[in-house]
Design a protein around this ligand. Structure first.
Ligand SMILES: [Zn+2]
Length: 100
């Protein structure tokens, strides 16, 4: 899966979030086959190993804004200065990341 190359234009995303978001864009294709897909945590720790289960509507909720990211449900995945938690779900939180 990760060997696939992406040719679409990238949105402007903070660099620390971009890799996880790119990975998750690929994984979102699996929502055509499964109700729930494991996505990678999009917190600012670019080596964060955590994954979060999302269904289609939860994934689409995340993608309504280019500044919102899905992270594992714990405060340690929220950036202390740049991130603000906007929704808390059972297995994932949505953070709004301040962009300059
Ligand atoms: Zn994380």
């Amino acid at each position: 899966m990760t060997q696939l190359s992406l040719h679409r234009n990238r949105e402007h995303v903070e660099p620390q979030h971009a890799a996880a978001r790119e990975e998750n864009e690929q994984r979102s294709a699996w929502l055509h086959e499964w109700n729930t897909v494991w996505f990678v945590c999009e917190c600012s720790d670019h080596v964060c190993p955590d994954q979060i289960p999302l269904n289609r509507s939860q994934y689409e909720e995340l993608r309504t804004s280019g500044t919102r990211f899905g992270v594992a449900a714990s405060a340690k995945h929220v950036g202390p200065s740049s991130d603000r938690v906007v929704a808390r779900h059972e297995h994932h939180w949505i953070v709004e990341s301040a962009t300059s």
